[in-house]
Design a protein around this ligand. Sequence first.
Ligand code: ADP
Ligand code: MG
Length: 241
Amino acid sequence: MSIVVLKDVKKSFGALQVLHGVSFSVEKGEVVALIGASGSGKSTALRCIDRLEKVDSGEIHVCGHRVDDPKLELRKLRLDVGIVFQSYNLFPHLTIEENIVLAPRSVKKMDKAAAREIARDVLAKVGLADKADNYPEQLSGGQQQRAAIARSLAMQPQVMLFDEVTSALDPKLTGEVLRVIEGLAASGMTMIMVTHEMGFARRIADQVVFMHQGRIHEHGSSDILTTPATPELREFVSEEL
Ligand code: ADP
Ligand code: MG
């Protein structure tokens, strides 16, 4: 069963065409690594999936929602899709637990006890069970990023999108966050992740999508990272090592 389908998605910003007909699909439980040089359109593709950007043409289907339909009910889409960025954007004046229960309480109208139980559960999943009552500034960058992942998981999404979530972190903190994502993959979460962590992509990705100048230039299993077919991917992989 496909959870995410993109068909010939095109997107321009003014005169600049950023996506030139991007198509791929993601089955339930699959992990997709979206890779490519800076400016190749990875973030735009990811943002189109969550309708943070509107496509110019083409189709996007996510968990039964037609994302390219102007009449899409955004609220319903967002219940099914979690997205985490490089910047964590936790509310500084709220504790970690308060950050996490916010959306389940306000969007899902969950009662306090139920939201708290979910917060405890997702914090345990990301290894932050003991940080519920801390404020974001009391946590390391890696811990804050894990808290941001927990906040997203608390909405119990069907698919998670990650956009370079470790790019701002040093190697040790990067490892902590990647382990959390690896755990999610093992638990069967469907994920699309933009990443520069080639070793990680090779290990956990079911599909690798290599973007170059707004097009999918190579697409396959993680084997394409070991044996690239095009000079562009060969060069990209060698630079990322
Ligand atoms: P990547 O994530 O692969 O680095 P992006 O999708 O962020 O690439 O960007 C692709 C191209 O689109 C870049 O040239 C970028 O400057 C441009 N771009 C992205 N977002 C916008 C925007 N909101 N307005 C104008 N140009 C944009
Ligand atoms: Mg980007």
